[in-house]
Design a protein around this ligand. Structure first.
Ligand code: LLP
Length: 444
């Protein structure tokens, strides 16, 4: 499954962005996150062009939770996208990257007073208000900062749940996110937001799921949100200026995954919005979407070195890599499945079925069950595809494993964007007692 700039070179090695992965491993070590910069940029353009060609008044907001570094902020800015952050830490990263503050959207179901204060003092573009408690915090902050314009969207739960092929319209209000439409809380939130001096309600937000393979849920979300905008207009004379439909666009993890082309999701969404607006006699508002995974997911490949191989005759061959659930929690957390190849034997015939194990002290630390690979030996390099989204960002130091380095590759050049953690980094936040003995650290 070779996506983006992945190809196999004359040496039978996997190449990404024109860089031989065997050489990348020599230079940067493993585990290593390799990001295909051209594919990231292509994905940004494909979303932005699809949106703007159908509705000029629109923005594509990259969901930073998928993968965020200062360099990523810079690329996103260059490509003309906005940025969605969900914590003080993500906001801090964006500010450090000098990302245009007005193009930042601040999300989260439990923003603290201090995080909101930080957002307001720095002047973020939009705060996406999730609940009544947050409205009260904002009421307070609006008084404290009378000179600041606080532009908000209200996050609503439209009663749609979509994940891959599993799509249901539930009308459900049982979610930790947002104001329920069914039980009247959404309308109550509008009234409250409109009453707070210093708060400027711009419109509404929803996010219906992740890794979605169908366009139908977006169509339904569009109809439900526009109907709500109409109800709000009838009740309060309020004109919705913006609607944000969140992220969720699916990507390919395995050969059998069949996400729709970006254009199709967007076409369905925008067409449905326009039809509904026409039916209700509303102006089409500014349209926003927030893809995370679909921008960065397929652009990432993780390289590992093969170590121990344990064969249990007649049962299974366990092939262990030098990373695992610490750099990819998704198989353990969601039962996620991946495709992989042996990077230094890329096109060699597949001769055995093995299972790829991580090195963490848990039986559940398995990356891939039953994959066909060429004859595999210690020292070989395994490349696991589509590991760009929610891998680096969800990585941990479990078992005190240092987090991998991140390199961006493009046009035959590799750039180190995040260096590998050292053992010293692992202890850097610990507060030593004065009488603690000097510790000699092993070099890596
Ligand atoms: N906007 C909001 C408000 C969100 O909650 C999310 C994701 C996104 C946008 C971006 O969704 P995307 O386009 O990436 O699907 N850790 C999980 C995914 C959690 C997604 C949470 N919210 C995973 O690894 O699959």
């Amino acid at each position: 499954m070779l996506l983006g700039t992945c190809r196999v070179n004359k040496l039978n090695h996997l190449e990404i962005g024109g860089c031989d992965t065997v050489e990348l491993v020599k230079e940067f070590g493993t585990p290593l996150y390799v990001m295909d910069e051209n594919l990231i940029r292509e994905n940004c353009r494909s979303f932005l062009n699809s949106m703007r060609s159908l509705h000029e008044n629109s923005e594509v907001i990259y969901a930073g939770k998928a993968f965020l570094t200062i360099e990523m902020c810079r690329i996103i800015e260059e490509e003309g996208l906005c940025l969605d952050v969900v914590s003080g830490g993500e906001l801090y990263t964006a500010i450090k990257a000098q990302f245009p503050i007005k193009r930042i959207y601040f999300h989260g179901n439990n923003k603290s007073y201090d995080e909101l204060k930080m957002a307001i003092e720095n002047g973020v573009g939009r705060i996406i208000v999730d609940n009544f408690y947050e409205l009260e915090l904002l009421r307070d902050l609006a008084k404290k900062y009378p000179g600041k314009k606080i532009n908000v969207l209200l996050r609503l739960t439209p009663g749609i749940e979509a994940h891959t092929h599993d799509y249901i319209k539930t009308g459900q209000i049982d979610s930790k996110f947002g104001f329920g439409m069914e039980n009247g809380q959404a309308m109550q939130a509008v009234e409250s937001a409109l009453s707070i001096k210093g708060l400027k309600l711009m419109g509404f937000h929803c996010h219906i799921g992740s890794q979605i393979f169908e366009d139908e849920p977006f169509k339904d979300a569009a109809q439900i949100m526009i109907k709500f905008a109409k109800d709000v207009f009838d009740r309060y004379g309020f004109t919705t200026k913006e609607i944000d439909f969140g992220g969720g666009f699916g990507i390919k993890y395995r050969e059998t995954d069949k996400p729709l082309p970006v254009k199709e999701y967007i076409q369905t969404l925008v067409t449905s919005v326009k039809e509904s607006c026409k039916n209700y006699g509303l102006h089409v508002p500014k349209l926003l979407i927030e893809p995370g995974r679909a921008i960065i997911g397929e652009a990432g490949t993780t390289l590992y070195t093969i170590g121990a191989i344990k064969n249990i005759p007649g049962i299974r061959k366990y092939v262990s890599v030098d990373g695992g659930m610490s750099d990819n929690i998704r198989p353990a957390l969601y039962g996620a499945e991946y495709s992989a190849i042996v990077a230094n034997k890329a096109n060699s015939p597949k001769v055995e079925k093995v299972s790829i194990a991580g090195k963490c002290c848990e039986s559940g630390d398995m990356l891939i069950w039953d994959i066909d690979l060429p004859k595999i030996e210690p020292g070989d390099i395994l490349a696991v595809f589509s590991t760009g989204a929610y891998h680096y960002s969800m990585a941990s130091n479990y078992n005190m494993l240092p987090k991998p380095a991140v390199v961006f590759v493009k046009d035959n050049t590799a750039r180190l964007v995040v260096r590998r953690q050292t053992y010293e980094d692992l202890l850097s936040a610990e507060v030593y007692l004065p009488q603690a003995k000097k510790v000699f650290l092993a070099s890596m």
